[in-house]
Design a protein around this ligand. Structure first.
Ligand code: GLN
Length: 493
């Protein structure tokens, strides 16, 4: 029997409308699953009272026949989103106790549509990381296990991924600056889409690297991603980079027909030393799209190899500037000062105590690459490389390619501590297939397609044309249907 918390958004929506269940029952099932899953450390702040109030209101709307698709759907919200009156700490000690006076645009839209907030989800501190190990709350744990070993759910949206994969919520919000929706989705066997830059408002989402950050849904199916994305996006006057474009009916775009579409396979993504299981998954996915009637085309994205270095200059540069606001005055934590200490000591001690090591490293790298003597050599050069990466994609799409298929990650989920204790570059390599998409501002989606020999989920990434989330989702839908990935983690928690 399927428990209510195991439902997809689509199934729950249909059951709610048919009067077969209620938002309160769905919410209670999720709250029970959340308590049972405490060991996964996915939810860092639970809001059961708010959830039940919202669920009751949703039930009233459904009864009145006024129910948008997301009405009554219980969600987890990444801790990076400001939620009014509810702790929103970006998993950082520097925001300890911070309760925003305002609600992010994304959560406002979801809640206006009747979605229910179950609580806030674990993540890497300020969304910097690929394993959720930089969180001030300690890492979330992947519900998938091998030989009793704890694995990372990926990052930075690791809590979101773990919570969805473990059926603690029907879906969750995530954010993606260099892969933080797609990589954790791949590590946990769920779907995650990063929309085109500007599709979703960034207002009220704690900023990491403003020219790269985008929010998106993390869901159990492609259909759910289409439904939830529709409720999240739209023009927002409060975000000057938000696009004034109509929002298509993404769910209606899931026709399952991709005959005659051209799928690009970028040869530069065939990295040296790529594990055989990833190589095979990519070949399998290619065959699935071909069998569905798409034409497979070998393409070149020649500047791919410069993407990671460019990203790890641009993202820290923007982060160092964005994080300057955490000065002990405006938000959250302030260090205790001794008699005679001045404002310099206050800044220094507050930031030393409040920021974790990875965040400090990014601030230092960012400040360095933006400093007068190195600005041209690093930051400006990285911006030029970024333009070339974008041009590679522009040329491929101008030549008629509809979507690009790549692996989502270079490996399956890895063990806790395995990379965090190594050289930070090792961790950065996780983003090799995903950062190009953020640098070029494109939409990208991760779809679970297979499992490795140890049973861990593996995902493929589809990259779409700017603003073509509808087409991208349809390609993803075809891949999902062909792959038939239905595996679930064994309930050990
Ligand atoms: N892992 C990347 C980083 O650490 C991407 C993070 C993200 O997308 N938020 O910067």
């Amino acid at each position: 029997m399927t428990h209510l918390n195991e439902l997809t958004i689509a199934a729950a929506r249909d059951a709610l409308r048919a009067g077969e269940t209620t938002a309160v029952d769905l919410t209670m099932a999720c709250l029970t699953a959340i308590d049972a899953g405490d060991g996964l450390n996915a939810f860092v702040h639970k809001t059961p009272d708010i959830a039940l109030d919202m669920a009751r209101a949703a039930d009233a709307r459904i009864k009145a026949g006024d129910a948008p698709d997301m009405c009554g759907i219980p969600l987890g919200i990444k801790d990076l989103f400001c939620t009014k009156g509810v702790p929103s700490q970006a998993a950082s000690n520097i925001l300890k106790g911070f309760k925003p006076e305002y609600e992010s645009t994304v959560t406002t839209q979801l809640f206006n549509a009747g979605a229910v907030m179950l609580g806030k989800l674990n993540m890497d501190e300020f969304a910097m990381g690929s394993s959720n190990e930089t969180s001030c709350y300690g890492n979330a744990i992947n519900p998938w296990k091998v030989d009793g070993r704890d694995l990372t759910p990926g990052g930075s949206s690791g809590g979101s991924a773990a919570a969805v994969a473990a059926d603690m919520c029907l879906a969750a919000t995530g954010t993606d600056t260099g892969g933080s929706i797609r990589q954790p989705a791949a590590f946990t066997g769920i779907v995650g889409i990063k929309p085109t830059y500007g599709r979703v408002s960034r207002w009220g989402v704690v900023a990491f690297a403003s020219s790269l950050d985008q929010a998106g849904p993390m869901t159990k199916s492609v259909r759910d991603a289409a439904i939830m994305l529709g409720a999240m996006c739209g023009h927002d006057l409060k975000d000057s980079t938000s696009a004034d474009l109509a929002v298509p009916d993404f769910e209606a775009a899931l026709t399952g027909d991709i005959r005659g579409k051209k799928i690009g396979i970028p040869r530069e993504y065939r990295m040296d030393g790529m594990p055989a299981e990833i190589e095979k998954l990519w070949a399998d996915g290619t065959a699935m799209l071909k069998d569905a009637g798409a034409e497979i085309v070998d393409i070149a994205l020649p500047h791919t190899k410069y993407a990671l270095p460019a990203y790890y200059v641009i993202a820290p540069a923007e982060a160092s500037s964005n994080l300057a606001r955490y000065d002990g005055v405006r938000y959250g934590h302030r260090a205790n000062l001794k008699a005679g200490d001045g404002i310099t000591e206050m800044y220094e001690r507050t930031r030393a105590e409040g920021f974790g090591h990875e965040v400090q490293r990014r601030v230092m790298v960012g400040t360095y690459v933006l400093s007068a003597g190195f600005y041209d050599a690093y930051y400006n050069r990285a911006r030029r490389v970024r333009a070339l990466i974008k041009r590679d994609f522009d040329q491929v799409f101008a030549a008629g390619i509809d979507a690009i298929l790549t692996p989502a990650t270079p490996s399956a989920a890895f063990g806790l501590g395995e990379m965090a204790n190594a050289d930070p570059i090792q961790m950065y390599l996780n983003d090799v297939f995903t950062v190009t998409v953020n640098l070029a501002g494109l939409p990208g989606i991760s779809v679970p397609v297979g499992q490795n020999a140890q049973g861990l989920p593996l995902g493929l990434q589809l990259i779409g044309k700017p603003w073509d989330e509808a087409g991208l989702l349809n390609h993803a839908y075809v891949l999902e249907q062909a792959a038939g990935f239905v595996a679930k983690p064994a309930k050990w928690w």
